[in-house]
Design a protein around this ligand. Sequence first.
Ligand code: G3P
Ligand code: MG
Length: 241
Amino acid sequence: LIGHRGVKDLSPENTLDSIKLAYKLGLKWIEVDVKVSKDFIPILLHDDRLNRTTNSIGSPIDFNYNDLRKLDAGSFFYQYPTNIYIPSLKEVLNFCKKNNIGLNIELKPNKGFEVDNVNSIVKILNTFGFDNKFLFSSFDLLSLITMKKLIPKAYYGLLIHSFNKEIFIDNIINICEKYHFISCGLNKSIINIDVVKSLKKKNIIINAYGEKNFDLSEAKELWSIGINSLFIDDPTEFKNY
Ligand code: G3P
Ligand code: MG
């Protein structure tokens, strides 16, 4: 189980509160979405815009981090004002390192800032002494390739939301093999036995994510067909499993 944006159903997504709660609930790996501010500070934010998860509007790329940090990143969840803010990746790395949490950094750049995002993340990571407990994942191939060139020994995973003419299973496998990506994160809607078998044949680890939390019975079914890990929004039901 990988905590999804922390534990996004229990605490405001992509915040330190949510990450701390995921850790408290026993999760050993946590996924966060990372993009840069105007002054190239890597921050945690899922959307291209601030509208849904903060009390502001607009694009994070138009604000320096000092200003982003003043925003309320908790009120959308609690429906009252909070002191919860958008954390920098640096703060998250500090917490994860201290508590030995594996961090899945999803590279989630705003369009046009793919390379800046990677460069800014690498700059921060270099000050942390890299120790391999990182999985970099992305829907954006350019981000993954750029990051892999700079930190070749980390783990990499390609995220796939849907299949189409250019994105189909053979092509995905070719990409994973070409760039030595170890995993594929699939939207649950495109998972079936054939897809799983094809990826397994090539020893590609399969992660599943969904728009809603996985319940235990659904998780068991996915594990039974060979899915390795699930992004979980609320692990409460899994406590005694
Ligand atoms: O990495 C799995 C999942 O986080 C991908 O989707 O939209 O939640 O970032 P999203
Ligand atoms: Mg994500």
